[in-house]
Design a protein around this ligand. Structure first.
Ligand code: NAD
Length: 288
């Protein structure tokens, strides 16, 4: 299949490489020459504009930093330039309103489009083990699914346009809250004189069981191996968690949803993202 890939950064670089490895003809574009160089070494053909990259393709995949960029790339370079009937897949994490607007503009111009944000970081993007949560019509999902399968381990149809972004930000709001809760409980247990490993053994098999504790234990040397054991390097940067919390709070306001813990988590990550200098989001335990 002929697929254009726009946005070859930390995530998109590995995703485009996996599409090429699966036998697709990948036509790649990024503003960064270094990213294009890497894409070439991974079997992609590269172009100096997005408009050229989308010529003659059956699908366009994008992995871009934010909603403003997604909107301008689709409005200026994809819609009206990719062949009629191509399927468009935006995998970036962006605000729900922009995802819906871009999808509506694409559909009005005769394209099928999905928002397909991901769970999983750079390692999952490189390894082809991302989870995709997908918003769009049944028809658009059916066409997008095999393309996403080549880059991930799970592809889930969440609902209509925007539903993928909704699932992503609600999930990450829950993750932020549960990570702070886990960090508080572990620190408090330790301050009260309980061995943190004992606390982990008990709570991870009791009602405190959760992904933040069981699969991403935020205290070094306790529980499973995680970024905590590498000085909070790698993993999911606190700045990206803050980005998702901001998107979640915007969406909550639009929907009239009460998210007091989400608001509080956002305030804590606003401080931590600046102070931590790019550390993994679980490093917030060090501030307690
Ligand atoms: P990144 O900054 O590494 O990559 C973004 C790429 O887009 C860069 O290479 C940049 O040059 C390119 N770009 C920017 N504007 C462009 C334009 N107009 N045309 C073409 N290319 C353009 O970011 P990333 O970490 O790869 O994240 C991409 C998206 O994935 C974001 O929406 C992010 O929230 C989401 N995400 C990231 C992670 C992660 O762990 N990094 C995890 C899940 C989701």
């Amino acid at each position: 299949m002929k697929i254009a890939f726009i946005g070859l950064g930390n995530m998109g670089g590995g995703m485009a490489a996996n599409l090429a490895k699966a036998g697709n003809a990948v036509r790649a574009f990024d503003l960064s020459e270094a990213a294009l160089e890497t894409a070439r070494s991974n079997g992609c053909e590269t172009f100096s504009t997005a408009k050229e990259a989308v010529e003659g393709v059956e699908a366009v995949v994008s992995m871009l930093p934010n909603g403003g960029i997604v909107k301008s790339v689709y409005t200026d370079d994809v819609i009206g330039h990719a062949p009629d009937g191509a399927v468009l897949l935006d995998c970036s994490t962006i605000d729900v309103a922009t995802a819906k607007d871009v999808s509506a503009a694409a559909e009005a111009a005769g394209y099928a489009m999905v928002d397909a944000p991901v769970s999983g970081g750079i390692a999952a993007a490189n390894g082809g083990t991302l989870t995709f949560m997908v918003g769009g019509t049944e028809e658009a999902f059916g066409r997008a699914e095999p393309i996403l399968q080549a880059m991930g381990k799970a592809v889930i149809h969440a609902g209509d346009a925007g539903a993928g972004q909704t699932a992503k930000i609600c999930n990450n709001m829950l993750l932020a809250i549960s990570m702070i809760g886990t960090a508080e409980a572990m620190t408090m247990a330790q301050k009260l004189g309980l061995d943190p490993q004992k606390f982990y053994e008990i709570s991870s098999q009791s009602s405190g069981y959760c992904w933040s504790l069981n699969a991403y234990t935020p205290m070094p040397g306790v529980g499973v191996e995680s970024p905590a054991d590498k000085g909070y390097e790698g993993g999911f940067a606190s700045a990206l968690m803050l980005k998702d919390l901001k998107l979640a709070m915007e969406a909550a306001e639009t929907a009239g949803a009460k998210v007091e813990l989400g608001e509080h988590a956002k305030r804590l990550y606003e401080v931590f993202a600046v102070e931590s200098g790019g550390k993994d989001f679980s490093g917030i335990i060090e501030t307690l």
